[in-house]
Design a binder for this molecule. Structure first.
Ligand code: NDP
Ligand code: 8X3
Length: 251
């Protein structure tokens, strides 16, 4: 079995790579940081005795996405599971003050990048009449919170695309699922706050957030259901988070 995981250099994607490898999947792992991809390949191949191919590209650039997928040879074209995970939030500001560069990064990565990956990989899946696409959405795709405007919009788009893909790919025997997490401690907040470590730390102060492994286990569980079962959509939250904005903190 073979899984392609986008955004495997950190956080949820990296944890997904570990859990699929532990279950004897061979992997294609992607991201923009080749050094991290190299380290991950070495670690996974040594630990789990599987095969790992790294593809370093930016999901925002369709030519890079298409070239990366076209470069897959032989068995690496037989992708059983695509985890559309690469994504980010950039900024947390009222709409009138938002940085347009942040907006473009989020829209280009979370929506257009996911679309480019899906188009390229689903064509390989269609040829084999099998496959499973698992989209990493967010609680921000189910609810809108103050200052989350554009990030929430991109994740609402992922929610809609998850539903649309499931309809369009049904005749081709391709399953489509989504995992929508609440707060997970990764590099997410560091990226959102443009490298401000203090501000990123505050997001998780006084709570036990989800771990990337919590999400990866859910992704793998979805991928490992029997062939006649599809998990459409899961929302997974820390026990101390009731919805996007209601969080029980201990001071
Ligand atoms: P991280 O910042 O830890 O990981 C993000 C990953 O996405 C990295 O591997 C990064 O790789 C990759 N990535 C970002 N932009 C690009 C790009 N343009 N091209 C290719 N790869 C890219 O965050 P998380 O693990 O938390 O985020 C993973 C997903 O989970 C995202 O879609 C996020 O929206 C979602 N999510 C996160 C939550 C959280 O609280 N952490 C909650 C709900 C959803 P590189 O920089 O090497 O390119
Ligand atoms: C990440 C979780 O609550 O910051 O998608 O939107 S949240």
């Amino acid at each position: 079995m073979l899984a392609l995981i986008t955004g495997a250099t950190s956080g949820i994607g990296k944890s997904c790579a570990h859990i699929f490898a532990r279950h004897a999947y061979n992997l294609v792992v992607t991201g923009r940081r080749q050094d991290r991809l190299n380290d991950l390949k070495k670690e996974l191949e040594e630990t789990y005795k599987i095969k790992v191919l790294t593809l370093c590209f930016d999901v925002r650039k369709q030519t890079e996405v298409d070239a990366a997928v076209a470069s897959l040879l032989d068995d690496y074209r037989n992708i059983d599971v695509l985890v559309n995970n690469a994504g980010l939030a950039a900024g947390l500001a009222p709409i009138q003050d938002g940085e347009t560069d942040d907006w473009e990064r989020m829209i280009d990565t979370n929506v257009k990048g996911l679309l480019y990956m899906t188009k390229a990989v689903s064509q390989l899946m269609i040829a084999r009449k099998r496959g499973h696409i698992i989209n990493v959405g967010s609680i921000a795709g189910k609810e809108v919170y103050a200052n989350g405007n554009v990030y929430c919009a991109t994740k609402h788009a992922v929610d809609a695309l998850n539903k649309g893909m499931r309809i369009d790919l049904l005749p081709h025997h391709i399953r489509v699922s989504a995992v929508n997490p609440g707060m997970v401690e990764t590099e997410f907040s560091l990226v959102r706050f443009h490298g401000d470590e203090q501000r990123a730390k505050q997001v998780y102060a006084g709570i036990q957030p989800l771990t990337p492994d919590d999400i990866a286990e859910t992704v793998f569980w979805i991928a490992s259901r029997p062939a006649h079962v599809n998990i459409n959509d899961i929302v997974i939250m820390p026990a101390v988070q009731a919805n996007a904005t209601t969080v029980l903190r201990q001071n």
